[in-house]
Design a protein around this ligand. Structure first.
Ligand SMILES: [Zn+2]
Length: 425
């Protein structure tokens, strides 16, 4: 029997296309991703089904939109019934691949439902995870505390913002070790890597000194709500930042670091002469805000910087190509099944292969769920976005009321920054 293609799925957490030169940014921190893109298909309009890590990865593994798979809100805001509903899902990518003989490896620690279907995953205990700070109740309390009490508590307990961190160089080392083992066993592998370096608090950049002046007080005047100011003060305190430029510098440093590590894995696969037997997907789970719509370091709101994600797919004999049609992270699983010759599943996502091979458009519009809000979603076409906020607009994460009215409409062709709400006209 012919051995199935290997699959590598890499998420660089919070990475936005607009921060990459591959997507047109002037500054270049992603020279290696650009090299990989030379032999891959790059998607210019790829979106996550949800703006938060947990529900985004759930959408990728289930191939289903949050409303279909039942898992909508980010930890610690999700409800018990969301996990219960998720259990009823029939399709789950790691489990499917495991059943057809893949060695399924997560070179990253996983929690809860993500462990399903993995032969190996990194244990959180290996890194001395702080159970107290990761308790959902404690997380909620910390978010609700006034910033002075928060800072004082953190100073007393000397607890760092990121009690657990798995730098991408270690994740790649582990992936390489596990790939070698699968090769020895002559089994196809599925390697999943969730790199958190590129997400606040950018722990890999922690020890670096960055220049950026001091502008927290200016930002505090700019943000609209008291709770957002409190949130921002805590975020600045946690990483001892002085300005948003300082934080952006840490982000860019982290992008450069992750870019190098991803390429190290890519080069290893090339050296092993299995690149042409491997599907390589590089993406992120959601975006972030660095001042867009006066939102700082929060993913709430459903504006493009928080929901658009990079997507690079390398597969056997793929050639450099740029695709401008709407695609989503729920499409990854059906694309993988298509490429490894498995039959189509009854799920929301669609294989990207017909789009790549013959330019066949998959859909006219996409729906994206806000995982940091009670009931908000958006419908997006290539040129227009409608955001609907059904019951109260308050963001669970930063406390901002990003949307005061029930409906917002943006003309993305003439207003790509989504500043001019046409529903007000
Ligand atoms: Zn928010």
């Amino acid at each position: 029997m012919i051995k199935k293609l290997n699959v590598v799925l890499i998420i660089s957490d919070g990475l936005r296309p607009k921060d990459l030169s591959l997507y047109g940014r002037k500054e270049e921190y992603d020279s290696n991703l650009k090299k990989i893109a030379e032999e891959s298909v790059v998607f210019e309009k790829n979106f996550t089904a949800s703006n938060a890590s947990d529900s985004s990865v759930t959408a990728m593994f289930s191939g289903q939109l949050p409303r279909t798979n039942g898992f909508i809100h980010q930890h610690p805001f999700m409800r018990d019934e969301e996990i219960e509903k998720l259990k009823k899902n029939k399709f789950w990518l790691p489990l499917y691949l495991q059943r057809i003989g893949y060695q399924t490896i997560s070179a990253t620690p996983l929690h809860l439902w993500f462990k399903k279907g993995f032969d190996f995953y990194m244990s959180k205990e290996q890194k001395g995870q702080n159970k107290f700070l990761n308790n959902s109740f404690v997380k909620k309390i910390l978010l609700a505390l006034p910033s002075w009490a928060y800072s004082l508590g953190k100073k007393i307990s000397k607890k760092r913002a990121s009690p657990q961190f798995y730098p991408s160089n270690e994740v790649v080392d582990l992936a390489i070790e596990k790939i070698k083992e699968s090769e020895k066993e002559n089994k196809p592998f599925f390697v999943f890597m969730h790199l958190v370096d590129t997400h606040y608090p950018y722990p890999i950049a922690e020890m670096k000194k960055f220049q950026g002046g001091k502008d927290l007080n200016k930002l505090l005047k700019e943000v609209e709500f008291h709770s957002q100011r409190e949130y921002l003060k805590k975020r600045f305190f946690d990483i001892q930042a002085h300005s948003i430029k300082d934080i952006e510098n840490r982000r860019d440093y982290s992008i450069k670091f992750v870019d190098k590590q991803i390429y190290r894995l890519y080069e290893f696969i090339k050296k092993e002469k299995i690149l042409e037997d491997t599907i390589f997907i590089i993406t992120s789970d959601h975006g972030d805000s660095f001042g867009e719509h006066s939102i700082y370091l929060c993913r709430g709101g459903l504006y493009d910087p928080t929901i658009q994600t990079p997507l690079i797919i390398k597969f056997p004999n793929s050639k450099k190509e740029i695709i401008n049609e709407l695609t989503m992270n729920i499409d990854f699983a059906p694309t993988i099944l298509d490429l490894i010759g498995e039959k189509k599943q009854n799920i929301d996502g669609k294989s990207l292969i017909p789009l790549i091979k013959s330019g066949k458009k998959l859909r006219d519009s996409i729906t994206i769920t806000d995982s940091y809000c009670n009931d908000r979603f958006c419908e997006r076409t290539k040129t227009k976005k409608t955001i609907i906020t059904n019951s109260g607009g308050k963001c669970y994460l930063c406390g901002g009321e990003h949307h005061k009215q029930k409906k917002e409409v943006y003309d993305l062709e003439n207003d790509s920054d989504e500043l001019n709400d046409l529903s007000k006209k």
